[in-house]
Write a new protein. Structure first.
Length: 345
């Protein structure tokens, strides 16, 4: 069904298609059997996986950026996701960058986005999550407001952390988006440790503890990745999400002039697959379990998901693959993962 809808959706601007798709999803969840028509199916018990002390119904999560404000968590729980990562959320609502800010690279099965952390503010998401009905695992991806200088960034992360602590299952510290000026400078070891250590300290004072993950860029050098390894070990956080979008334009099939006309932003989808898998492998060789690695980037098939798991990921997340393949992608990955688990056991 989704493949029949996709030509119409692709005739709209990417943001129009996004809003329409989620409106249709909300309608479909109220009609018995409607979600099955678009390929959605909850994962079987054999696809469940336990990491970070949390039992994920399935290995596939929705990456941050698609349900920023936690509007659709209940609907998403019914089409095959084992987790939904909301955000990136900031303390104060912000519009993000001017439109157009989201572009399709159809020949590359990719997207370019420069959304700029557009969201309604953390408190709005908190109020929605307090009313959610599903028991799906929810991650809170947190960042800083654009107007907040890096010297004060830690305050924004703390505000989001404190607000969300009772309504999410884990946290993701996002310092790797290319669309907030200066944000990636926070990936340097000093400022990063300061943020993570403060969040760990605050979590230790809570009655219930939440795992903290760090989301990193695919564009880091080996030396920078080694710093990430040190940061993870020194801070004692639960793990890493690898990776965010890339600022690289190398190897794209779309003509350079068309890509250049789209302007700045991060590339997601198939062009990121190889690099993100390499980063997962590099980190796993240096970060033994139970440190968690969630693999993201170019997952548009069951084979691509298994590639991330073989490289050392514990879980995977999708975003752009969902745009091109629809909910049936989740069913295929869950099925492959369940079969893999049965073989191992």
């Amino acid at each position: 069904m989704y493949k029949l809808l996709r030509p119409f959706l692709f005739s709209l601007s990417p943001e129009q298609a996004h809003h329409l798709t989620f409106s249709l999803l909300e309608v479909a969840k109220r009609i018995p059997g409607a979600l099955a028509l678009v390929g959605g199916k909850r994962p079987s018990a054999a696809a469940a996986v336990e990491v970070m002390g949390l039992k994920f119904p399935g290995p596939v999560g929705l990456a941050a950026g698609m349900d920023k404000d936690a509007k659709h968590v209940d609907a998403l729980s019914r089409i095959g996701f084992g987790s939904v990562e909301i955000g990136t959320l900031t303390p104060v609502a912000q519009q993000g960058n001017e439109q157009p800010r989201l572009f399709r690279l159809k020949a590359d099965r990719a997207l370019i986005n420069r959304m700029g952390f557009n969201n309604s503010g953390v408190q709005v998401a908190v109020e929605r999550l307090q009313k959610r009905m599903s028991g799906i695992i929810v991650g809170g991806n947190i960042g800083k407001n654009k107007v907040t200088p890096n010297e004060q960034a830690i305050d924004d992360y703390v505000k989001c952390f404190e607000a969300l602590h009772d309504v999410v299952d884990y946290f993701v510290v996002n310092v790797s988006s290319p669309n907030t000026p200066g944000l990636r400078a926070l990936q340097e070891k000093g400022p990063l440790l300061a943020i993570l250590n403060e969040l760990k300290k605050r979590d230790a004072a809570k009655r219930v503890h939440r795992p903290i993950l760090l989301k990193i860029a695919p564009d880091l050098t080996d030396e920078q990745l080694n710093d990430i390894v040190s940061v993870v070990k020194e801070s004692g956080i639960a793990g890493v999400i690898a990776t965010n979008t890339t600022i690289s334009r190398e190897g794209l099939k779309m003509p350079k002039g068309e890509v250049d006309a789209m302007g700045a932003g991060g590339v997601s989808g198939a062009p990121v697959r190889e690099r993100s898998t390499a980063v997962v492998k590099y980190l796993r060789e240096r970060l033994p379990k139970p440190i968690v690695i969630i693999g993201v980037g170019g997952i548009d098939s069951a084979e691509a998901a298994m590639e991330k798991l073989d490289a050392g990921a514990d879980l995977v997340q999708v975003y752009t693959g969902l745009v091109y393949e629809g909910p049936a992608l989740l069913k295929r990955i869950n099925k492959a993962f369940a079969a893999r688990s049965n073989l191992i056991t």
